[in-house]
Design a protein around this ligand. Structure first.
Ligand code: NAP
Length: 244
C-alpha cells in the first residue's frame, strides 16, 4: 500500500467519522477504530478505509488493534466524551472513571502503542482532540474538564519528550460541536441534549475535521501546536449568544 496510513479513534460517529472522510479525501488510507463495529464499517466502507473494533478503555483491545496496524503515519486521538453534569458535591465516580478511562488513559494507551510506528514512518503526526474544557472550567463540568486538562497535559508532554524525532504533535481544542456528544453526556436524553444547541449555530463535525486535515497536511517542518476553534456565537464554555 503506498498511501500514508492515518489511524482515527472514535471514528464511528461525529468528529471522528468526519475526520476519516476528510483524511481519505486528502490521500490517506484510514484505519478506523471504535466499539460499534456496524457503524464503523459503514463509515470505513464509504471512504475505502479499514474498520477495526477498538475499546480504548481496554488495554487488550488497544494491543490487538495496534497489532493490526502495519504502519502508521498519523494518529488522531479522538475517542472520548463526557458523562453527566453534576457538581463536585454530587460527583458520580462511575462517570469520572469513564471520562478518565476514555479520554486520558485511552489516549495514553493508543499513543504509546503506535508511537514506535509513527516515528519509524519518518514523518509521524499525532493529533489529539481535547476541548476548550482543557483550558476552562465550568459549574458541573469538573469530571470532564479535569479529564480534558489531563489529556492535554499528556499530549503536550509528548511534544517535549520527542523533540528532535520525526514526529509532530497537534492539539485541537473545539468549543461547541453538534454531534452525539450531548446525547452520550445526558445518557440518551434527547430533549436535554437538543437544548445545548438551541438558539446557536454550533460547529459541525466537518468544521473540526477540516481543521484536523489541514494540520495533518502541512509540510513536515511545520508543527501546529494548539488550535482552538469555537462557533462565532460562543465566547467561552460559559458564555454564548443565543437567539430566540
Ligand atoms: P460523539 O459523536 O459521541 O463521538 C464519540 C466517538 O468516540 C464515537 O465514535 C464513539 O464510538 C467513540 N468512543 C467512545 N468511547 C470509546 C471507547 N471506549 N473506545 C473507542 N471509541 C470510543 O462525540 P464527538 O463530539 O464526535 O466527540 C469526539 C471527541 O471530541 C471527544 O474526545 C470529545 O470529548 C471531543 N469534543 C467534543 C466536543 C463537542 O461539543 N461535541 C467539543 C470539544 C471536544 P463508539 O461508541 O462506537 O465506541
Amino acid at each position: 500500500m503506498n498511501k500514508p496510513i492515518a489511524v482515527v479513534t472514535g471514528a464511528s460517529a461525529g468528529i471522528g467519522a468526519a475526520t476519516a472522510r476528510h483524511l481519505a479525501a486528502a490521500g490517506f488510507h484510514v484505519v478506523l477504530g471504535a466499539r460499534r463495529l456496524d457503524r464503523l464499517t459503514e463509515v470505513a466502507d464509504s471512504v475505502g478505509g479499514t474498520a477495526i473494533e477498538l475499546d480504548v478503555t481496554d488495554p487488550a483491545s488497544v494491543a490487538a488493534f495496534a497489532d493490526r496496524v502495519p504502519e502508521c503515519h498519523a494518529l488522531v486521538n479522538n475517542a472520548g466524551g463526557a458523562k453527566g453534569l453534576e457538581r463536585v458535591d454530587a460527583a458520580d465516580e462511575d462517570n469520572w472513571n469513564w471520562m478518565y478511562e476514555a479520554n486520558v488513559l485511552g489516549t495514553l494507551r493508543v499513543t504509546k502503542a503506535l508511537l514506535p510506528k509513527l516515528i519509524a514512518s519518518g514523518n509521524g503526526h499525532v493529533v489529539t482532540v481535547t476541548s476548550i474544557a482543557a483550558i476552562e472550567v465550568y459549574d458541573g463540568g469538573s469530571g470532564y474538564t479535569a479529564a480534558k486538562h489531563a489529556q492535554s497535559a499528556l499530549h503536550r508532554t509528548l511534544r517535549g519528550e520527542h523533540l528532535g524525532e520525526p514526529v509532530r504533535f497537534t492539539e485541537v481544542l473545539p468549543g461547541m460541536v453538534e454531534t452525539e456528544f450531548s446525547l452520550v453526556r445526558f445518557n440518551g436524553d434527547t430533549t436535554r441534549a437538543n437544548k445545548v444547541y438551541e438558539g446557536i449555530t454550533p460547529l459541525t463535525a466537518d468544521d473540526v475535521a477540516e481543521v484536523i486535515a489541514f494540520a495533518l497536511t502541512r509540510p513536515p517542518h511545520v508543527n501546529l501546536d494548539q488550535i482552538v476553534l469555537k462557533p462565532r456565537a460562543q465566547a467561552s464554555a460559559t458564555r454564548a449568544h443565543r437567539t430566540g
